[in-house]
Design a protein around this ligand. Structure first.
Ligand SMILES: Cc1cc2nc3c(=O)[nH]c(=O)nc-3n(C[C@H](O)[C@H](O)[C@H](O)COP(=O)(O)OP(=O)(O)OC[C@H]3O[C@@H](n4cnc5c(N)ncnc54)[C@H](O)[C@@H]3O)c2cc1C
Length: 387
């Protein structure tokens, strides 16, 4: 079998790449190989769904500025046979709150966001208290609120992308890539667990937390590691005013969900690996104290569920690696290492990879600084707006 573009991994990123390749050049053959069509372990359905413009790097702000309007129009754009997918986009805003030590960084990011035309609001602690009377602001120095951001349903997004991609003529193969053939500076074919061999013009590594294993198949090492993170569902005994998606200095990140809230406290201290076991004491020991400190209403909260998932963590600098070049390979595109924000940037990154493959250059957003070269150069490009 032969295909023009072989995409490894059919999560949000792989599906977005396939969508934009077919959209921009409908004659291009696209094959997405996804080993688990139920997405049991994939990161996409386990994401919290947050979408925000609150970043420090202009590229990340641009990716959000592209992707969020794309989500606004998703039901229309992705409709198939009149069926409009529902991604449950809730624009209840996104709020970063920081202690005195974080004020200068927040201010610099705020100025970048303003310069780039984002609708963002700077809040001093008294203004914060006025908006959110339940919030403890005693240890806070400032906040930035982004009213046009919010969160969405990752399942709806993935289902919508997949259906549309199939309707545009891309093929989804339920199979596993177990080997890649390399000749000179090109990857020429993939071997699948079923025994099928697919020759390809381009290969896109969109395997998320498993991206490094795909790179190992071409004899290359990348600094992307699986990092476990819990998403908890919890309720508050006493009512709290309507909240946006909130990120606080304790790395606490949560948002309203149904009758309660969904979120957690991500930590880089987890050992890297694919194990998805749950430390039942984590909520009690880490998340609950952070919640109760910020809102007294959470003093008697209980955790009703904990879902573990994997970040595709870029241990080099926390910023995704996008484009060709790993191991000098010109037709092997890596699009992974999102370190916790790949869902929201899937549309912009999908389009970027499609532009690189079809037109040989970034056209919509210049993501050159996100390329592999910075790893070769040992020049990290960290994002200050990650928690
Ligand atoms: C708890 C949690 C909360 C998060 N919250 C947010 C958030 O609020 N906002 C946000 O933007 N992002 C968030 N993220 C990050 C986001 O989920 C990821 O960045 C994003 O889903 C990555 O998408 P992906 O398609 O690269 O990966 P995945 O969805 O994991 O897809 C990769 C696919 O590759 C397949 N695959 C792997 N190896 C092979 C192989 N050899 N052959 C065939 N197929 C293979 C896998 O089966 C998998 O389905 C969160 C992540 C977690 C875990």
């Amino acid at each position: 079998m032969r295909t023009d573009v072989l995409v490894i991994g059919g999560g949000a990123i792989g599906a977005a790449v396939a969508y934009f390749v077919r959209l921009l050049e409908p004659g291009t053959e696209v094959t997405v190989v996804e080993r688990d069509p139920s997405y049991e372990l994939a990161s996409t359905p386990r994401a919290s769904g947050g979408v925000r413009r609150l970043f420090s790097l202009p590229e990340n702000i641009e990716l959000s500025t592209f992707s969020i309007p794309f989500f606004d129009a998703f039901a229309d754009t992705m409709a198939v046979d009149g069926v409009r997918p529902d991604i449950g986009l809730k624009k209840q805003g996104y709020l970063f709150i920081v202690p005195p030590s974080g004020r200068d960084t927040l201010q610099r990011s705020f100025e970048t966001q303003q310069r780039m035309g984002c609708n963002v609001v700077w809040l001093e602690p008294d203004e914060l208290k006025h908006r959110y009377p339940s919030m403890n602001v005693d240890d806070l120095a400032a906040a930035v609120f982004s009213p046009d951001d919010g969160w969405l349903d990752p399942h709806g997004l993935l289902a919508g992308f997949r259906n549309k991609v199939k309707s545009l003529g891309a093929e989804f193969l339920a199979d596993e890539v177990v080997g890649l053939e390399r000749r000179g500076n090109a990857v020429t074919a993939a071997e699948l667990a079923s025994g099928l061999r697919i020759k390809a013009g381009y290969v896109v590594n969109a395997a998320g937390a498993w991206a490094k294993d795909i790179c190992t198949m071409v004899g290359e090492r990348v600094p992307i590691e699986p990092l476990k993170r819990y998403e908890h569902y919890f309720e508050s005994q006493d009512p709290i005013e309507p909240l946006p998606y909130l990120k606080d200095p304790e790395r606490l990140a949560f948002r309203p969900e149904g009758r309660g809230y969904s979120g957690g406290v991500p930590t880089l201290d987890q050992p890297r690996g694919y194990a998805l076991d749950v430390d039942q004491a984590y909520f009690e020991n880490v998340v609950w104290p952070a919640l109760a400190h910020r809102f007294p209403q959470f003093d008697r909260t209980i955790c009703l569920s904990t879902l573990p998932g994997l970040y595709d963590q870029n241990d080099f600098d926390g910023t995704p690696i996008i484009g060709p070049g790993v191991g000098g390979l010109a037709n092997f595109h890596l699009v992974a290492g999102f370190s916790g924000h790949g869902l929201m940037h899937a549309p912009g990154c999908g389009r970027a990879i499609a532009e690189l493959i079809l037109h040989g250059r970034f056209e919509t957003i210049d993501l050159a600084r996100f390329g592999w070269q910075r790893v070769v150069d040992g020049a990290p490009l960290p994002e200050a707006g990650i928690i």
